[in-house]
Design a protein around this ligand. Structure first.
Ligand SMILES: Cc1cc2nc3c(=O)[nH]c(=O)nc-3n(C[C@H](O)[C@H](O)[C@H](O)COP(=O)(O)OP(=O)(O)OC[C@H]3O[C@@H](n4cnc5c(N)ncnc54)[C@H](O)[C@@H]3O)c2cc1C
Length: 391
């Protein structure tokens, strides 16, 4: 046996999981197809990740938070949800949550860099980069990973963090629900003329959804979702045209909005695995749950799942049990499903409802916002999702 645990994928979920599990004496190996230089110095990819308090706690515990320059951490104090126009928002006030802020904003490339930095020095973690997993088989006692080129590696448990389009999930025969929204998410950073007051705006206009998320100073992250056939028109705009378009859509709320980066398009496909485990195999990160970004939960769930699975494995080690046993993986599956399924389905329903332009859908949206505004338990539930520290 080469290792105890092999992790396929050195993205932020795979790396965080390795760090969480490294407190055991287990021999851990990460296999990542990108070169180490890319992990060490990831480039800006337009994604500014909204993080919950629970994620903040995990990242602090594993030392990732300390790797992020403090000036690159922004706060989301309040949030407003708007339907069709900018009037009468559903307002989430941080003071009602008992916390100083609803959440945090950190650039994805800084999270990836921090995740690499904390794993690099670990003695019981081997990072293999620039190699791709080509095949995977498991028996009752171990899993065998075959690398491109033919080399084989064995471990008691294989954990896949190889993205929402996980190829090993398919090799292990795990069916997965996939929802192609037929939409593109375009992200960028913009400079503003007026303060955003640390408030996140989630705007559901009739042909697109748009989030304007606060970044330090007079900057914001813009997350636009738009139908794929209209995306090209936006992507072809000059920076000036795009700035004018955004300024008009936000009705001058932030004064002039100016593009500060390139526009980064991401096709929108939500994925949810029918099971998060198979024989000596478990799924974490986007490979388990690939969220639509509108509710900003993808990486938050990735961290949460990584923590749950590592705790189950640690318990097994403490009790001298087989760390790849089906019981252990089943407990992880149940717990992570409970933590994520409602939000996954709810997000997909919300996206459908808020992107339809039929009169019925418009009416339903208005009613939903009114329920949210005048039914405090609904609002509290959403705020708890952001601010509660679980487990
Ligand atoms: C526009 C946008 C905005 C977002 N905003 C938020 C937000 O506000 N809040 C939030 O919580 N989440 C957000 N997310 C989601 C978040 O970015 C993802 O959940 C997170 O990056 C997924 O991390 P991961 O490690 O699971 O997967 P990935 O980052 O996809 O990493 C997978 C890794 O596996 C490697 N790999 C794949 N196949 C193989 C193989 N066969 N062999 C070896 N290596 C392999 C890949 O090279 C890659 O490094 C957003 C996503 C998008 C697209």
């Amino acid at each position: 046996m080469n290792d105890d645990v092999i992790i396929i994928g050195g993205g932020p979920a795979g790396l965080s999981f390795a760090k969480l599990l490294s407190v055991t004496n287990l021999k851990i190996r990460i296999i990542e197809k990108q070169d180490e230089s890319v992990l060490a110095n990831p480039t800006y990819d337009g994604r500014e990740i909204a993080l919950t308090h629970h994620s903040h706690r995990i990242m602090t515990d594993i030392g990732a938070w300390a790797q992020i320059p403090p000036q690159s951490i922004s706060l989301i104090k309040d949030a407003k949800v708007l339907n069709g126009d900018l009037t009468d928002p559903l307002f989430f006030d941080h003071r009602k949550s008992g916390k100083d802020n609803l959440g945090y904003m950190v650039s994805n490339h800084l999270i990836r860099k921090a995740s690499y930095e904390i794993v690099k020095p670990l003695k019981n973690v081997t990072l293999m980069t620039g190699v791709e997993v080509a095949d995977l088989k498991t028996t009752d006692h171990f899993g065998t990973v075959t690398l491109q080129g033919g080399k084989k590696l064995k471990a008691k448990l294989i954990v896949a963090a190889d993205s929402r389009f996980s190829t090993t999930r398919r090799m292990m025969g795990i069916p997965t629900s996939m929802r192609d929204f037929g939409r593109v998410c375009i992200v960028c950073r913009m400079a503003l003329d007026r303060d955003h007051d640390d408030t996140a705006y989630e705007c559901f206009f009739f042909d697109r959804t748009m989030a304007v998320l606060p970044l330090n100073g007079r900057y914001c992250s813009v997350v636009l979702t738009i139908s794929s056939d209209n995306a090209d028109n936006l992507l072809k705009m000059s920076p000036e045209e795009f700035g004018r378009d955004m300024t008009e859509r936000m009705q001058g709320k932030f004064g002039q909005m100016s593009l500060d980066t390139a526009l980064f398009p991401y096709p929108l496909v939500g994925t949810y695995a029918d099971r998060f485990y198979a024989n000596r195999y478990a799924l974490i990160g986007d490979a388990a749950v690939g969220m639509h970004p509108v509710t900003a939960h993808g990486f938050n769930f990735g961290l949460r799942g990584a923590e749950t699975l590592s705790q189950e494995i640690q318990n097994a080690c403490d009790l001298g049990l087989d760390l790849g046993a089906a019981d252990i993986l089943r407990r992880y599956d149940e717990s992570h499903r409970k933590a994520t399924l409602a939000m996954y389905l709810g997000t997909n329903t919300l996206v459908s409802l808020y992107t339809k332009t039929t009169p019925l859908a418009k009416l339903a949206r208005k009613s939903l916002l009114m329920i949210g505004q005048h039914f405090p338990p609904a609002k509290r539930m959403i705020m708890n999702q952001l601010t509660e520290i679980h487990g």
